[in-house]
Design a protein around this ligand. Sequence first.
Ligand code: PMP
Length: 353
Amino acid sequence: MSKYIDGAYSTLKEYVPGEQPKDKKYIKLNTNESPYPPSPAVISAVDSAEVSDLRLYSDPESSKVKKAIAEVYGVEDKNVFVSNGSDEILNFAFMVYGKINGAVFPEITYGFYKVFCDLYGIEKTMIPLEEDFTIDKNKFINTGKFTVIANPNAPTGIELGLDVIEEIIKSNKDNVVLIDEAYVDFGGTSCYELTKKYDNLIVCRTFSKSYSLAGARLGYCFANEELIKDLEKIKYSTNPYNINRLTQIAGTAAMNENSYYMANCKKICDTRKFVTKALREIGFEVLDSKANFIFAKHESISGMDIYTLLRENGILVRHFTDEKIKDYNRITIGSEEEMKTFVDTMKKIVKGA
Ligand code: PMP
């Protein structure tokens, strides 16, 4: 840090993204990207004409992509906000709703929530998960604070039912509830329809996982018009052209080919089932996941050892050092072929241990 930076940032622990290695080619199962390419329509939509138009600013309203999302989900454009990755929605939401009475979220969840709290000086309440990594809904009823739940949760992959989510939203009428559905397309149940019924709900999504566009940086959320206006206000106060031209084109084409992506999600769910079963057969405890990753621990090999041995064998997974989850690894579900290699490698590691 330079000597010029505001001292308030000296203790800030920034978010550490998963590794994007450059040294050699790995089977990359560490950042929950899709193993499948964007659809052919996306590839042809981002053509050379668009590239030469990069001299022009992008549409600050991102109207085409917003309209495509609204059509697919049967909502009005005014109930959709689009962002530079869903991290940007989270950023804006913590910024404007967190400071009032603080924020509450599970202790084990997406690591960025904590960072936003520390960045903005928001008082944070982190609710421990139960022994089996589930969320006790009673601890999220009537919180009186900005309430954030990833559903399915990360890195556990465990989902809370729609009825429970509605109970939480209903009991928190005086504060905003944000449900982060980054992983909902992999077999989860979305609560976005509830945004038509409750004016305190934001349902946040991303093109990064199920729409194979992590590198394009595109997120979106559904909410009541007034909440969307709050987010627009912050966007126009920070970065009006938050979505670049190529990403707007890619996102619109992707949304218009929804069925291609939902078929890929189905393939990933099938592969998840096969990998879960195979790992359980060789001594792993694998949580029941509704996401494009699984969270697994072996009965006798440490989480760190598994991470290191996989890496030596050209496979990257995500290991977190926090005491409560250090025995586990988060393993992204890749293509069927990649996951067969992963399972074979894991079998060899377990045999050799
Ligand atoms: N929410 C959760 C739970 C995530 O795991 C991620 C991915 N790191 C995000 C949001 C942000 O995704 P993106 O900014 O790529 O849309």
